[in-house]
Write a protein that binds this ligand. Structure first.
Ligand code: GBH
Length: 512
């Protein structure tokens, strides 16, 4: 009886993404890339006049906070291995490489009046090598590594940080506008502020909720200022695109009760809307729900003004529409219900007032927060379309963590599952123009050290040259980039890891 019913249902509504055996194709002009960030791969932490960053300081002061003690001092040593990095990108056949510039490498104390030419030289070489092989550089200006001297002045809680970032951005735009057409101002304001200032999980580990919201305001304004600088001073001549990368994981109610529906609304407002609304909504500003909750709680907690700073009319205007694309970092899905426990107050957790879990049946990655739920990417895309009027999206990060090893079939499954969901979302009118795999190679996973591997390429951290080797997932991605095709039933058969140079094409060819 059940089987018959299911068959009839399938006939009526069509089978879902996971039983659909049809092949789907990425459009020819769809862009594929791979990503890293400066602190996580570069090493050379004090080479050639580089200044100290908040992650250098944090990792040196609290080695016990880094799971396996491996910090960014040497990391994957891309400061010396950048030629090999570009070779890997050529092997993959990607259209672009997303990497970040270390602010203290180019402006050692953060300020514009002290430019480190030797530091810039590293990025000059990397960018030229990429362009030589027709790989577009996609440059992130800020991926968590603030110059320590700026932190000593309050870092992102100091309203002057908006100007510091503006000056830094202008210098980098000026230097590379000719060569770089994809820019990301800031990576994940929520990680920077809520985890960096509101907790001890990330540098600078301030652990104060008041400073977290100050940080949110300043980081968002810093982004908007940089966007404005590009628009006014560079856009006309250089025609580049400037966006911001926001963590857009998906949040679903754990069941369809009224309480859970309310809880998920709060989770989405605090985790997504706080950063998306000011830029991508019609009204601009922080979400009404977030303002209402924090204003009310602040009053009850004896504050004379809200812990969430207000945006002025001018600031709201400056932020509204300040992105040519939304950089969407998507890894996983969380299931939400009202919090059963009392969180410390005041805290970000207490403001949101929810609890998160993940589907027990979803495959688990190496990272505790990461499970595979491709449907969440589909839903997140539809949510963005409905709430923000079909924004232009580049997936700026998506990836999977595993143990070391070249036969990373869990990463392959994850990639294929999410590509299926992504292609469905695109069929349903989501404007996704590009996809970026996190990460090109194993790197320093912040406080997880090298205990969680996200790389398409494995890095041997014990070896002197930090030798890189292609994982199976690298070959699978290469094949998808070449054929544009994702066969949802495909399973890896041949596990031979081998990339050979095909001289005729002056290109690299994978043997699958
Ligand atoms: C991305 O953030 C980062 O942009 C990237 O640099 C990083 O390598 C990648 O994730 C993979 O981790 O340890 O439970 O306190 C994704 C959002 C923010 C999720 C930090 C994990 C720590 C959670 N991540 N968060 S926990």
């Amino acid at each position: 009886m059940r089987v018959v019913l299911l068959c009839v249902l399938n006939l009526l509504i069509g089978s879902d993404a996971y039983s659909d055996t049809k092949k789907r194709k990425f459009p020819e002009n769809f862009l594929f890339g791979a990503a890293t960030s400066a602190y996580q791969v570069e090493g050379g932490w004090e080479d050639d006049g580089k200044g100290e960053s908040i992650w250098d300081r944090f990792a040196h002061k609290h080695p016990e906070a880094i799971v396996d003690g491996r910090n960014g001092d040497v990391a994957s040593d891309s400061y010396h291995n950048w030629r090999r990095d570009v070779e890997m990108l050529r092997e993959l056949g990607v259209d672009f490489y997303r990497f970040s510039i270390s602010w203290p490498r180019v402006l050692p104390n953060g300020f514009e009046n002290n430019i480190n030419e030797n530091g810039f030289k590293y990025y000059d070489d990397l960018i030229d090598e990429l362009l030589k092989h027709s790989i577009q550089p996609m440059v992130t200006l800020y991926h968590f590594d603030l110059p320590q001297e700026l932190q000593d002045l309050g870092g992102w809680t100091n309203p002057l940080s908006v100007n510091w970032f503006e000056e830094y951005a202008r210098i980098v735009f000026k230097r590379y506008a000719e060569k770089v057409k994809f820019w990301i101002t800031i990576n994940q304001p929520n990680t920077i502020c809520v985890e960096g200032y509101g907790s001890k999980a990330m540098a600078p580990a301030i652990n104060s909720i008041d400073s977290a919201y100050e940080c949110v305001k300043n980081v968002m304004l810093a982004h908007a200022k940089a966007y404005d600088v590009y628009k006014k001073e560079f856009k006309k001549k250089h025609e580049g695109n400037v966006g911001i990368a926001i963590a857009v994981n998906w949040y679903d109610p754990i069941t369809n009760s009224t309480e859970n529906a309310e809880a998920v609304e709060k989770a989405r407002a605090f985790q997504l809307g706080l950063y998306l609304d000011p830029i991508f909504s019609k009204e601009g500003n922080f979400p009404v729900l977030v303002r209402k909750i924090v204003d009310k709680k602040s009053q009850e907690q004896g504050y004379s003004t809200s812990r969430l700073p207000k945006l002025s009319f001018q600031e709201i205007q400056l932020l509204k529409g300040s992105a040519d694309f939304l950089g969407m970092n998507h890894y996983t899905t969380f299931l939400v219900k009202p919090s059963q426990q009392k969180y410390p107050s005041p805290s970000f957790e207490d403001d949101v007032g929810v609890e998160y879990s993940q589907g027990e049946q979803w495959t688990k990655a190496k990272s505790s927060w990461l499970r595979s739920a491709p449907y969440g990417l589909y839903k997140a895309c539809i949510y963005l379309n409905l709430n923000y009027d079909y924004p232009k999206i580049i997936i700026t990060e998506h990836g999977w963590s595993s143990d070391p090893g070249l036969r990373d079939s869990s990463r392959v499954d994850n990639l294929r599952g999410y590509f299926g969901a992504l292609l469905l979302a695109m069929e349903d009118a989501t404007q996704v123009v590009g996809y970026t795999a996190w990460s090109l190679m194993d790197n320093v996973e912040w406080t997880a050290g090298t205990s969680e591997r996200f790389g398409l390429y494995e890095v041997d951290f014990e070896s002197e040259n930090k030798t890189r080797k292609a994982r199976l997932s690298a070959l699978v991605l290469k094949n998808i980039i070449e054929t544009r095709e994702v066969n949802l039933d495909w399973k890896p058969k041949n596990l031979k890891i081998h990339i050979t140079k095909n001289d005729k094409k002056n290109n690299y060819k994978a043997e699958l």
